[in-house]
Structures are given as structure tokens and as C-alpha cells.
Design a protein around this ligand. Structure first.
Ligand code: CAA
Length: 402
């Protein structure tokens, strides 16, 4: 275990578990009902130092890495998956800065995020550019020394609560592969506003909004990396780093649902015995447990690949995001089944897990996109299998090379 999960990751997981047990779980229903940003929880996470986990030490963080981030997200999500993403989305928003920011930008923007004093959001998706992220229409045009940003972003998680926004915009519409650049937009800048606030099925503790950029002016100091054209590549690298975090949210969610289902199965009596004594319930519990553990270790493997700079990170990140979020949906649905009619009722804690699970299969790349990324990378790697060709009869495959 320790080869993948460092002492620092275990430590930050324990810190998160303490906050989750003391503060997050008792407030989970309240914020699900209110659909308001849970500032009282955010303050506890900041006081515990949790916003510095993924940020390098040089910029005020703990430099504990992505496995540690995943351990924290998992523990928070076990108590409330909405709080899990409310926290994790700050990593998503700040990864482009960590990956590609200039020294001056990192020194300016990262320390307040690490302290939990400023929150950050990630503005990539648009109404007409979801899975096709590169098809965005938001434009940033150079006027004198400034860049002027015009457009609208959709599904900005943390929007409104956040002070900083990493915004992707088209800077060179003629270019095929260097069309897009990323900018830091600060709350309060003229021309920046929050549009529609979404009313969601799940993850109701975190706001998801439209963000509008109506002639927002920024200088080169706010152009990520100080250079235009690398925005799409940086957004993809960011998603490689962030998808294990969504997968960790799914693992925590599935574990939280399993915890309640297991407890309930041992206490609920039918036909004169606890329902956990019935083989059909045992089969469900065993299936849920095996899948949660498999998902968990795939998440740690992908996150440690990010920490180690492994070249296979894109495929692993997509695999863990796909697998863990499918597990979260399946396990939370089975947990509701084990609770029976009570599970369907809102005064029991279990239906929330099922509602929260659905979005994990959709955001940070729908699972169909994850499978596309996995397959593309598998096919790229297929040449490593050429040495096995001698075991495949060639006569039935007329297109094989002689
Ligand atoms: N790392 C580095 N570079 C990468 C890369 C990666 N993982 N993936 C692609 N690139 C590079 C390619 O090498 C290529 O570069 P060149 O032009 O120099 O060759 C360039 O990026 C374009 O790549 P593709 O041709 O593969 O791009 P595509 O248009 O076919 O799209 C895609 C690929 C995988 C479908 C991508 O659009 C994608 O991931 N879509 C899903 C978007 C997504 O996940 N959105 C989630 C938003 S965030 C969110 O949901 C968060 C929230 O609210 C909580």
C-alpha cells in the first residue's frame, strides 16, 4: 500500500476524515436541501490546511501530491459527495496554473488558494462545446496591451463562490492546434458576471452556474504562461491530473453508500432475521465491496502515475474516472435497493448518494469520452504487441503485412 499511498497521503486522508466525521456528515442534508455554498464547511477545510494539499511547497502548499488529494476527496465524499467536489474543483481550477503558469503568476495566484482564502473555478465547457471542448466560441482578442474576453461558459462548478476563474478562450481562430489560450479572470473585473444558477439533481452543496465575459480586459500578466496558443493542450493535461480526483469522489461516494447499506442490512429484520443473513443481500454487499476496492486501487494507481510523471497517465486517468464513476452509480443504486422503500425516502440519507452519483458519470468528460480516450491510447500503444504476430495465423487476415 505504501508504495502507492505515501505517508503524507495517509496523513491528509486522516485529517480529512476527522473533518468529514465532525462537520461534513452532520451538515450534508442541510446543504442538499438548501442548495447553498457551505461556507461553514469551507472554513473548517481551510483551517485544517486541506486547500494546500496539492499545491507545491514553493507556493504555500504542502506539496503532498495527487494521491493525497484523492485521499482527501475520498474521505470528504464518503460523508457528502457534494462537499467532495466543492473541494476538488479548486484543484481542477488551479492545475493549469501549476502546469503552465509563469513564476510570477504562481507566486501571485497559488498562495491564497493554498490557504483556502481564495477559491478557484475552471471555465472550459460552453453551451455548444461540451464533449467537444475544442469547439468553444468564447474569444479573447488582443487590443493594445490588453486581451478582451467575450463569451459565455456553462457548468462552472464553484462559480459565484470562487474569486478566481481559469478561462479558456479562442485567441487564434485560424490555427488548427494552437487556437486556444487560458486566462485568469478575477471576480469583480468589469464585464465578468454570473448568469444562470443551475437547480441540480445532486451535488447540491456546490454551485454550478453560467459565467459571462462581456468585454473583460486582462493584460499578459493574466495570460497563462504568458504565451498564447497552448490552452487546449494545457486543458487536456489538467484533465489528466483532475480525473483521478473525480474518480476519488466516486470511490468515497460508493464507500459511503456501502457503509449505510451494510449497517442497515445488519439491523433490519424481515422473516425473523436480519436481512444481512439472506444470500441475495450478501451477494449484493459482496459485489459492492469488491467493486469499491477495485475502483479505489485503480484511482491510487492513476493518481500516483500523475505524481510520478508517468507517460501512461492519460489512459489511467480516463480508466479510473470511467470505472470508479460506473461503480459509484451501481453501488449507490444497490444501496437504495437494500434500504427498500425507506431508501427511496428523503428522510433517509441514502437516496442522496444515488442522486450525487449520476453527475460523476457525466462531468470532467462523459464516460463515453473516457472510453474514447482509453481506446485511442490503447491503439497508440498497440505496436508494442507486434512481437506476438508470429502466433497469429496470417492466412485468414489478407491485409497483414507479409
Ligand atoms: N495531454 C496533452 N496533450 C493532449 C492531450 C493530453 N491528455 N490530449 C490531447 N492533447 C493534444 C493533442 O496531442 C493535440 O495536440 P496537437 O494539435 O499538437 O497534435 C491536441 O491536444 C488536440 O487533441 P485531439 O485531436 O485529441 O482533440 P479532440 O478535439 O479530438 O478532443 C477529447 C479530444 C478527448 C474528446 C477532448 O475534447 C475531451 O477531453 N473532451 C471532454 C471535455 C471535458 O472533459 N470537459 C469537462 C469539463 S470540466 C468539468 O466538467 C468539471 C466540473 O464541472 C467539475
Amino acid at each position: 500500500m505504501r508504495t502507492i499511498v505515501s505517508d503524507a497521503a495517509i496523513h491528509w486522508g486522516q485529517v480529512a476524515k476527522e473533518v468529514a466525521d465532525r462537520v461534513v456528515r452532520p451538515l450534508a442534508t442541510k446543504y442538499d436541501r438548501l442548495q447553498e455554498y457551505p461556507w461553514e464547511i469551507q472554513k473548517e477545510l481551510a483551517a485544517a490546511g486541506l486547500f494546500g494539499v496539492w499545491i507545491p511547497k514553493a507556493y504555500g502548499g504542502h506539496g503532498a501530491g495527487i494521491v493525497a488529494l484523492c485521499k482527501v476527496v475520498e474521505e470528504l465524499s464518503r460523508a457528502c459527495p457534494g462537499v467532495g467536489v466543492m473541494y476538488a474543483v479548486n484543484a481542477l481550477g488551479s492545475f493549469p496554473m501549476i502546469i503552465a503558469g509563469t513564476e510570477a503568476q504562481k507566486e501571485r495566484f497559488l498562495p491564497p488558494i493554498a490557504k483556502g482564502e481564495k477559491l478557484i473555478a475552471f471555465c472550459l465547457s460552453e453551451k455548444f462545446a461540451g464533449s467537444d471542448a475544442g469547439g468553444m466560441r468564447t474569444r479573447a482578442i488582443k487590443e493594445g496591451d490588453d486581451w478582451v474576453i467575450r463569451g459565455e461558459k456553462k457548468w462552472t462548478t464553484n462559480g459565484g463562490a470562487a474569486d478566481l476563474y481559469t478561462v479558456f478562450a479562442v485567441t487564434d481562430p485560424e490555427s488548427k492546434s494552437r487556437r486556444i489560450s487560458a486566462f485568469m479572470v478575477e471576480k469583480g473585473m468589469p464585464g465578468f458576471s454570473i448568469g444562470k444558477i443551475e437547480d441540480k439533481m445532486g451535488i447540491r452543496a456546490v454551485p454550478v452556474v453560467e459565467t459571462h465575459f462581456n468585454g473583460v480586459r486582462v493584460g499578459d500578466s493574466h495570460l497563462l504562461g504568458g504565451k498564447a496558443g497552448m490552452g487546449f493542450v494545457h486543458s487536456m493535461q489538467t484533465l489528466d491530473w483532475a480525473r483521478p480526483g473525480v474518480a476519488a469522489q466516486a470511490v468515497g461516494l460508493a464507500q459511503g453508500a456501502l457503509d449505510y447499506a451494510l449497517l442497515y442490512a445488519t439491523k433490519r429484520n424481515q422473516f425473523g432475521a436480519p436481512i444481512s443473513s439472506f444470500q441475495m443481500i450478501q451477494e449484493m454487499l459482496a459485489d459492492m465491496s469488491a467493486k469499491v476496492d477495485a475502483a479505489r486501487w485503480l484511482v491510487y494507481a492513476a493518481a500516483s502515475a500523475v505524481d510520478e510523471g508517468d507517460s501512461h497517465v492519460t489512459k489511467l486517468a480516463a480508466e479510473c474516472k470511467y470505472f470508479a464513476t460506473e461503480v459509484a452509480m451501481e453501488v449507490s443504486t444497490k444501496a437504495v435497493q437494500i434500504f427498500g422503500g425507506y431508501g427511496y425516502m428523503r428522510d433517509y440519507p441514502i437516496e442522496k448518494f444515488m442522486r450525487d452519483a449520476k453527475i460523476t458519470q457525466i462531468y470532467e468528460g462523459a464516460n463515453q469520452i473516457q472510453k474514447l480516450v482509453i481506446a485511442r491510447n490503447l491503439i497508440k500503444e498497440a505496436q508494442h504487441l507486434d512481437h506476438l504476430m508470429k502466433y497469429i495465423p496470417t492466412e485468414v487476415h489478407c491485409d497483414y503485412p507479409a
